[in-house]
Write a protein that binds this ligand. Structure first.
Ligand SMILES: [Mn+2]
Length: 323
């Protein structure tokens, strides 16, 4: 729930600001990029100066390259050090902002716009709605309060957040309100089929061969109802695949009928990056939280030191303990 006080202050702060500095979380997904770019478009359409960025590594995953406005975003090195007003999107904690956490802490006002239940409400104004299917839903709401009608570019960006965070309108967060918003957005003559193919279906052949390797080595722990696999730095080199390309792999692993929990571990320069999904019984956000991460009940993640073997053993131990 967002307090009316926070909403009123956010609208006043945005109206009064000369410019807005927008940022989303590291390794941005469709909701993070879509939400940020939607407000970036609306700022431009309504004469509000804005700058938009996300932390290093400054790489957009290939699924999202169709998003309008990507050519207008700014490298994190060129982000203002102490913005007058900064807004973060889909970002549950300061550390998910990487190098942009410093400007966030120096900002005159920090508006946190999100839907993660684990959000640490680190802003001076927190627009965090854990019932919203996507951060993009909160952006739509804010635009209405600002009296900023959507345009096609903003609608396309918001739709991207909505369709990715609901898993193509299939996850349990797919409510009547989600379909109502999708209907509003689809009226902007969006290229639904082309977007769907790029977001969910299209991959380079090299990636499909990496997937074959990952599926081949996947492990099923029948007692824990856990299916797990991993991607090493050597795999990425061998198949010439960027780590951003592997974002959707968890959605393949989680199809295993025997698994309540599914897990992918990826070797990154920052440590082992873990994605967790569950079907019903297990709260993976609680598990991710133990390792310094966060997320949603059925989708969460964290990055930690260790090896694939040691981190997978730690996750198995956490699943064994009654929560
Ligand atoms: Mn999201």
């Amino acid at each position: 729930m967002i307090s009316t006080d926070d909403i009123d202050r956010a609208v006043a702060v945005i109206n009064e600001a000369d410019s807005l500095a927008l940022a989303c979380h590291v390794g941005p997904d469709g909701d993070a990029l879509g939400s940020m770019l939607a407000l970036h478009h609306l700022c431009r359409a309504h004469g509000k100066a804005s700058i938009a960025s996300f932390p290093e590594p400054f790489v957009v995953a290939p699924h999202y390259t169709f998003l309008p406005g990507l050519d207008t975003i700014t490298k994190p090195a060129d982000f203002p050090a102490a913005p007058e007003v900064m807004i973060t999107f889909d970002c549950g904690s300061l550390d998910r902002l990487g190098g942009l956490a410093t400007p966030a802490q120096a900002a005159g006002e920090l508006i946190v716009l999100d839907h993660h239940v684990s959000n640490e409400c680190y802003g001076s104004i927190n627009l965090v709605d854990a019932d919203a299917a996507a951060t993009a839903v909160v952006v739509r709401h804010l635009a209405a309060l600002l009296g900023w009608p959507l345009d096609r570019d903003a609608a396309l960006c918001i739709y991207t957040g909505l369709v990715t965070d609901t898993g193509r309108f299939q996850y349990s967060n797919t409510t009547p309100a989600v379909f109502a918003l999708a209907e509003e957005l689809a009226r902007f003559d969006l290229p639904i089929a082309a977007m769907t193919r790029q977001l969910f279906e299209e991959h380079r052949f090299a990636y499909m061969q990496l997937v074959a390797t990952c599926l081949g080595r996947a492990q099923l722990d029948k007692d824990l109802e856990l299916v797990a696999t991993w991607i090493t730095a050597d795999d990425l080199r061998r198949f010439d695949v960027e780590i951003e390309e592997t974002e959707g792999l968890i959605d393949l692993i989680r199809r295993a009928a025997e698994a309540e929990v599914s897990c992918i571990l990826k070797e990154t320069p920052e440590g082992i990056r873990v994605s967790l999904r569950s079907i019903s019984r297990v709260d993976v956000a609680a598990i991710a939280h133990r390792f310094g991460g966060g997320g949603h009940r059925y989708a969460a993640g964290f990055t930690t030191a260790g090896t694939v073997e040691s981190v997978l053993a730690d996750i198995s131990d956490a699943l064994r303990e009654p929560s």
